[in-house]
Design a protein. Structure first.
Length: 308
């Protein structure tokens, strides 16, 4: 182990009542091939066995920050950012697993990049009953405009980031008023002040948890509505990408019983992607009722938000 007085990377891992899966996530950080880091575990006022579990994991790189009141993922991450000492920051989620070379590959790229580069991404594998599905920031990897990956949203989940601490602090971190998708909002703002790069290959295995904030469809709907309003200008010139997000929003609104709003969103999706049958099909299905719309959502999963 080669840990300096001031580590190269501060790893921030927020957790709330995830004792059943937390150790797996923590071990995936401690077993990185790159070991010059501090691991700040932010216990977001857990009421389960999290404190007892953490007391059994002994490693000099671990710092435990316990919050007296639950602040949510954004608030817990912001508390971790405030406590971080390194120039670079990485985020881990309490139910996901980093691959062993995650930090080494990203830190090597960061150190060999111009100073303007402030965010390094990586691909990941989604663990599903049918196997592991790869998702990657393909546009960034190809040397194209990284904003295309940001508009799609899927390739930029927080546990794949390595980001400079200075712009994180300057932008005041995550916006805690978002019910979820606060990482999407922050990565848009980060892209305004620094350049984005990506390492090839996956850096993470993502395990979906039923108690994940973004598994709550109402929170997802509220956050997506806000993203598409606050960052509307970013989709200018990208009508098909905008149509996918609008169609996803329309499906969420329909499930919430907001039928007029859902049809307005689906109509806007049609207007932005008139060459694809998916927005038309979802709009017509919404007129036929919930069962038909559910079937249509499975037929066009990229538009209904079921898959990337």
């Amino acid at each position: 182990m080669n840990v300096s007085a001031m580590p190269a990377i501060s790893v921030i891992l927020p957790t709330h009542n995830r004792a059943r899966v937390l150790e797996r996530s923590v071990r995936s950080v401690l077993e990185q091939t790159f070991d010059d880091f501090e691991l700040i575990i932010v216990d977001d006022a857990s009421t389960d066995d999290t404190p007892q579990l953490l007391s059994t994991i002994q490693d000099s790189r671990i710092r435990i920050l316990r919050l007296d009141a639950n602040r949510g993922a954004a608030g817990a991450r912001n508390a971790g950012i405030a406590a971080a000492t390194a120039d670079w920051v990485a985020f881990q989620d309490s139910d996901d697993v980093w691959l062993p070379d995650k930090l080494h590959s990203q830190y090597t790229l960061a150190r060999n990049s111009p100073p303007a580069v402030g965010l390094v991404l990586g691909g990941y594998l989604v663990d599903t009953p049918r196997g592991k599905v790869p998702i990657a920031p393909s546009q960034t990897l190809a040397g194209a405009d990284s904003r295309l990956d940001l508009l799609d949203g899927w390739p930029i989940i927080t546990p794949t980031w390595l980001v400079r601490r200075e712009p994180l602090q300057r932008l005041r971190g995550f916006d805690q008023s978002y019910p979820c998708l606060e990482d999407w909002d922050l990565v848009f703002r980060l892209s305004d002040v620094c350049e984005v790069r990506a390492v090839p290959g996956p850096v993470l295995v993502k395990h979906g948890s039923l108690d994940s904030v973004c598994a709550d469809q109402n929170r997802m709907r509220q956050s997506l509505e806000r993203i598409l309003s606050a960052h509307a200008h970013r989709w200018q010139g990208q009508p098909r990408r905008l149509a996918r997000r609008l169609a996803h929003l329309g499906c969420l609104q329909f499930r919430a019983g907001l039928r007029p709003q859902a049809r307005r969103s689906l109509c806007r999706a049609v207007q932005n992607d008139m060459g694809s049958p998916a927005p038309y099909g979802l709009l017509l299905s919404s007129l036929a009722g919930p069962r038909v719309l559910r079937a249509a959502a499975r037929l066009w999963p990229r538009y209904s938000g079921m898959t990337p």
